[in-house]
Design a protein around this ligand. Structure first.
Ligand SMILES: NC(=O)c1ccc[n+]([C@@H]2O[C@H](COP(=O)([O-])OP(=O)(O)OC[C@H]3O[C@@H](n4cnc5c(N)ncnc54)[C@H](OP(=O)(O)O)[C@@H]3O)[C@@H](O)[C@H]2O)c1
Ligand SMILES: [Mg+2]
Length: 327
C-alpha cells in the first residue's frame, strides 16, 4: 500500500502565513483558489488582463493581477495552466520575477518530469494533483468531503516542503478523502499512459470502430450509438464502484461468456505490444517532444482529430438522438 495522508495527519499552519499565487484560473485553478480561500489561506490570482480568467477571478472576489506581478509576490506559486502554455510562458513572464525562496506547485508533473521549463535553482517543487476535474474538486469541498489527490515533493528547499504540500492538499479538501504519496515521475507517466491507453485514446477508438462495424453491416446507427457509446456509462459506474470482478458479477451470463471469449481477441499479444510501445514513448520523452512540437506548429494533430470526430456519422447520430430521447 502506498502512504496515504488524511486530515488528521496535517494542519494548515505550514501555509497559513504564506501568500499563495495561483496562475491559471481555469478548470483546476479556479477550484484550487476558491477552496484555498475558504480554508482561510491568502490567495492572489494571476491571469492575462484581456482573458476570461481575469474577469472571472475578479468577479469571484479575488485580487486578480498580471502573471508577472503574482510571480513576484507569491511565496508559493501554483502553475495551473495547460502544460504547453507553462512551457511557453514560464521563461518570459514567470521565471524573471520569482524570489529566491518562492516554491512552485503543479497539478500534474508534465513540465517538471519532462524538463520543458528551466526550474529555478532554489525553492520547493511540489505536486498536488487532484484525481478529477476542478468542478468536482470544488463541489466535493463545498459538500464537506473531498477528492483524492496524488502528492509529491520533487525538491525540498525550505525543509518544510512536505508539510506545505500536505497543508495545501488539506486546504483544497483532498486529505478529507486521502492524499497518496508518489513521485512526479510516477504521476506523470501513469497519468499520460492511462489517458492515452484507456480513457481518452483506447476507449473512444474502440467505441468508434465498434459503431462503424455495426453500421457498415446495415444495423441502425441509433442502436449502434446507444449500445457502443451510451451504455459505457453503466459499465463505467460498475467498474468505478465495484471493480472488474464486481462488474462481471453484475452482468448476465451471456455477457460474461461473450466477454471471456471476445475480450482477449481484441486485446491480444499485438495490442499488448502497442501498449508497451506507448509506455516507452512516454518514458523516454518522445511523446512530450512530439506534443510540444505539434503545439508550436498550431496543433494540427489535435485539430484534425476534433474536426474529423465533429463531422462524423457517430457525432451526427448522437446529436440527433439527444433531441429525441432523454437518457
Ligand atoms: N483538467 C483536469 O481535469 C485536470 C485534472 C488534474 C490535473 N490537471 C492539471 O492541471 C493543470 C491545469 O490544467 P487545467 O485543465 O486547469 O487548464 P485549463 O482549464 O485549460 O487552464 C485555463 C487557464 O489557463 C489560462 N491560459 C491559457 N492559455 C494562456 C496563455 N497563453 N497565457 C496566459 N494564460 C493562459 C487561461 O486563461 P484565459 O482565460 O486568459 O485564457 C485559464 O486561466 C495542468 O497541469 C493539468 O494537467 C488538470
Ligand atoms: Mg492528464
Amino acid at each position: 500500500m502506498p502512504t496515504i495522508f488524511y486530515d488528521k495527519d496535517t494542519g494548515l499552519e505550514p501555509i497559513r502565513d504564506l501568500t499563495l499565487g495561483i496562475i491559471g484560473y481555469g478548470n483546476q485553478g479556479r477550484a484550487h483558489a476558491l477552496n484555498l480561500r475558504d480554508s482561510g489561506i491568502k490567495v492572489i490570482v494571476g491571469a492575462r488582463k484581456d482573458g476570461s480568467a481575469f474577469t472571472q477571478a475578479t468577479k469571484d472576489g479575488f485580487e486578480a493581477l498580471s502573471i508577472d506581478a503574482v510571480a513576484k509576490r507569491a511565496d508559493l506559486l501554483g502553475l495551473l495552466l495547460p502544460d504547453e502554455v507553462v512551457s511557453s510562458l514560464y521563461s518570459e513572464q514567470i521565471a524573471p520575477h520569482l524570489r529566491t525562496e518562492t516554491g512552485l506547485l503543479f497539478a500534474h508533473g508534465f513540465v517538471v518530469h519532462h524538463k520543458t521549463i528551466p526550474l529555478p535553482e532554489h525553492g520547493d517543487i511540489l505536486l498536488v494533483a487532484p484525481t478529477g476535474p476542478g468542478r468536482q474538486l470544488r463541489s466535493l469541498y463545498e459538500s464537506g468531503s473531498g477528492l483524492p489527490a496524488l502528492i509529491a515533493v520533487e525538491r525540498d528547499h525550505s525543509q518544510q516542503a512536505w508539510a506545505r504540500c500536505l497543508a495545501y492538499a488539506k486546504a483544497i479538501g483532498c486529505t478529507r478523502a486521502g492524499a497518496i504519496k508518489t513521485t512526479i515521475a510516477e504521476e506523470t507517466v501513469t497519468d499520460l499512459f492511462c489517458e492515452q491507453a484507456v480513457l481518452c485514446g483506447g476507449l473512444p477508438e474502440l467505441i468508434k470502430a465498434s459503431f462503424e462495424t455495426l453500421v457498415s453491416q446495415g444495423y441502425q446507427r441509433e442502436l449502434a450509438y446507444i449500445s457502443c457509446l451510451k451504455e459505457v456509462k453503466l459499465i463505467a459506474d460498475l467498474l468505478f464502484n465495484q471493480g472488474i470482478d464486481g462488474m462481471r458479477a453484475a452482468i448476465s451470463n451471456t455477457a460474461k461468456y461473450g466477454s471471456a471469449v471476445a475480450g482477449p481477441q481484441i486485446i491480444d499479444e499485438q495490442s499488448k505490444a502497442h501498449l508497451q510501445k506507448i509506455l516507452s514513448n512516454i518514458e523516454d520523452g518522445q511523446f512530450a517532444q512530439d506534443f510540444l512540437r505539434d503545439t508550436k506548429n498550431g496543433s494540427p494533430t489535435i485539430k484534425n482529430l476534433m474536426q474529423e470526430e465533429k463531422s462524423s456519422l457517430l457525432a451526427d447520430t448522437g446529436r440527433e438522438l439527444a433531441e429525441k430521447i432523454s437518457f
